[in-house]
Design a protein around this ligand. Structure first.
Ligand SMILES: Cc1ncc(COP(=O)(O)O)c(C=O)c1O
Length: 430
């Protein structure tokens, strides 16, 4: 690829007009949509309306008149379409962490085998919140968290002691992607339940939760779904479990009033709502939910252009183009791709390990000062190299972004601009 080829790819890209739906600052190459999605322009107007009109004038009447009470279910339907799930099996609200607590706790009550199965198996390199919450759920249910290394380690750890396997579909550091159906089959063959974290998958790769037979899933609203900082997250429960949860009167532990069968009856005893309704807890954040609704609606605009399949094809092409450009333009600087080259085995990011002597944090800080925004992730274990992580959101990233980012990275490495002391200063959020 060169600059002309990148421009030609953008000119031929049917999805390219979607970029105009986002308020991306000029002169910025934004490759961090896997951490915080960009702002859809429609969100600005939607929030203005929700705040000034619905809240300001409608006041409490807006729960009914503006449909705030139905908003969570409406967004659940939109997200469901992106993840291969039916609206009535998706709940939107709370954070990914809180939702993980709910579904792991529900899964712990459904474990087959009456006590013989006492392990939650996960990956040592899983996102920390997943491990912390699994530990907490394990403590409460008399289970034990067992951590394995990599896919082979997890698959080898599955046995008659396994109650739950909790896996993050796309690894946040490397971008490595599990084969969901095969892994779920292996988990089921061992007699356990599969809980999936889709934080780096929803809106980035096509998903078929119900068809793949997964048991539970959670996902994030502020990454590829463009819901804005701290956007509500979602959870999904396979209908076979929802039916059993209802039949056996099982509870998710955060039994708040909006998960009650009749919240406005104000009964003193908890009676769970039917179906997925019981996975709601307290009042949902309407402003954030309105923003998430707009974030997800952008995917509706992609439907006539080929939808998630077309977005995925573009994501693959973007990451391939970026990797090729970095490997050509940064040759000799020792960067090593840690993301699988096989598109079937990765999400929508490319992560490069920096060689010893090159401070990945400072390199990323220098890139950000030059308007190319990715992020830095420390190596997983002692001695492992630190990573430069670049996420590609096919709704708004262009091939020109890939080309320009690779050029800026080459320049920062060749000039050693990253060595300037100001790039060593770390803020609270990296
Ligand atoms: C895999 C994964 N799970 C969960 C989370 C975050 O959860 P929360 O939104 O509750 O902070 C992240 C955040 O980056 C993540 O990468």
């Amino acid at each position: 690829m060169n600059a002309d080829a990148a421009r030609a790819l953008d000119a031929a890209d049917r999805l390219a007009p979607l970029r105009a739906r986002f308020a991306l600052p000029p002169d910025t190459v934004y490759l961090d949509g896997n951490s915080l999605g960009a702002l859809p322009k429609a969100t600005v107007e939607r929030l203005r309306t929700t705040v000034a009109h619905e809240w300001g004038e409608g006041l409490i009447r807006s729960w009914n008149r503006a449909g705030w009470i139905e908003l969570a279910a409406a967004v659940a339907g939109r997200i469901g379409r992106l993840v291969g799930a039916r609206a009535e099996h998706v709940s939107v609200g709370d954070s990914t962490s809180v939702n993980l607590f709910k579904v792991l706790s529900a899964a712990a009550q459904l474990v087959p085998g009456g006590g013989a199965r006492h392990r939650i198996v996960s990956e040592r390199d899983n996102f920390p919140t997943d491990l912390y919450l699994a530990e907490s759920v394990a403590e409460r249910h008399g289970l034990e968290l067992v951590l394995a290394d990599g896919e082979d380690g997890v698959l080898a750890a599955l046995d008659e002691r396994t109650a739950i396997a909790m896996l993050t579909h796309v690894d946040y550091r490397t971008g490595r992607r599990w084969r969901m159906r095969e892994a779920t089959d292996a988990i089921h063959a061992a007699g356990a339940l599969a809980v999936w974290d889709l934080a780096h998958s929803a809106g980035a790769v096509p998903l078929a939760l119900e068809d793949d037979g997964a048991d539970f899933a959670v996902g994030c609203g502020y990454k590829y779904l463009n819901g804005g900082p701290g956007a509500p997250a979602f959870l999904w429960v396979h209908p076979r479990h929802l039916e059993r949860i209802e039949r056996e009167g099982l509870r998710q532990p955060l039994s708040g009033w909006l998960g009650h069968a009749a919240p406005f009856a104000f009964e003193s005893a908890y009676r769970p709502a039917a179906g997925i309704g019981r996975f709601a807890c307290g009042t949902w954040p309407v402003l954030s939910l309105a923003a998430l609704d707009e974030g997800v609606r952008v995917f509706d605009a992609a439907e006539p252009l080929g939808g998630m399949a077309a977005l995925r094809a573009k994501s693959v092409a973007l990451v391939d183009a970026f990797v090729a450009a970095v490997e050509t333009r940064c040759a000799g600087h020792g960067l090593a791709l840690v993301t699988p080259r096989d598109a079937e085995r990765r999400g929508s990011q490319a992560s490069f390990a920096c060689p010893g002597g090159v401070d990945a944090f400072a390199v990323m800080a220098a890139l950000i000062e030059r308007g190319t925004i990715g992020d830095f992730r420390a190596g997983g274990r002692p001695g492992e190299p630190d990573l430069l992580r670049f996420g590609f959101a096919p709704l708004y990233n262009a091939f020109d972004d890939a080309w320009r980012a690779a050029g800026t990275l080459a320049d920062v490495l060749a000039t050693e601009a990253w060595r300037a002391p100001r790039f060593a200063a770390r803020s609270a959020v990296t």
